[in-house]
Design a protein. Structure first.
Length: 232
């Protein structure tokens, strides 16, 4: 089954601040996106990569590529519309499975990617996720009011893999219903795809860079040897 990765790299990174979007920020001598692409280069099951980003970044992004075919397609106004554009491109290139990933998760390992794709091959859809370990409270904004039982709760991440025809159909049903603000394809699939994704395991390093401190922490992980041991 032909697998194409769709990398969502069109975000503005408003919470991150700084002069450039976080996916193009420097991380240990490479951009955040370059680390992400390296992980997918090292994932044996991935045949091709589609990056969804601003058109003016296309030349820069193509320069980050490796041996696998890499295409840059323009993003939309929302993450949902951007991913949909990437999925349509993946269909044009003959994908049967799409593995969707946030560019701002640069420390994803090829093993995590492989596990997610494998689960999607077996079940039709899979979301990388980890059990919630922290105690969760409901708050009224001023005080903590009650505890939410954490049994059975999972925190979703990416990669998320789907049979391509199914996730495209789910996106089109959501758009037809006037819903354009999904920030997670697993939840979109549950609401509009008629199925329930399998869970594939996440790792602590595969967190999303959101604030400048996250970038600094990522660099510490890389400098500790993670890049040499896990990433290609």
């Amino acid at each position: 089954m032909r697998v194409i990765a769709v990398i969502a790299a069109g975000g503005r990174g408003n919470r991150f601040g700084g002069g450039v979007p976080k996916q193009f920020a420097d991380l240990a001598g490479k951009t955040v996106l370059a680390w992400t692409l390296a992980a997918f280069e090292g994932a044996a099951d991935v045949d091709e990569i589609v990056v969804v980003s601003a058109p003016e970044r296309a030349v820069q992004i193509r320069g980050m590529g490796g041996s696998k075919p890499l295409t840059v397609v323009p993003g939309g106004d929302t993450r949902q519309s951007s991913v949909y554009g990437g999925l349509i491109a993946a269909r044009e290139y003959g994908a049967e499975i799409a593995v969707i990933h946030d560019a701002a998760r640069p420390l994803v390992s090829p093993a995590t990617i492989a596990a997610n794709i494998s689960a999607a091959r077996r079940h039709g859809a899979a979301v990388t996720a980890s059990p919630v370990a922290d105690t969760l409270y409901l708050s009224d904004g001023a005080a903590l009011r009650s505890v939410i039982p954490r049994a059975g709760l999972f925190a979703a991440a990416t990669p998320q893999s789907f049979a391509l025809t199914d996730i495209i159909a789910a996106h089109e049903r959501a758009a037809a219903a006037g819903i354009t603000d999904f920030t997670d394809d697993g939840s979109l699939f549950i609401d509009f795809g008629g199925g329930f994704p399998a869970v594939s395991p996440n790792t602590p390093e595969n967190f999303k860079i959101t604030y400048p401190g996250d970038l600094e922490f990522s660099e510490l992980i890389i400098r500790s040897g993670y890049g040499e041991k896990v990433l290609p």
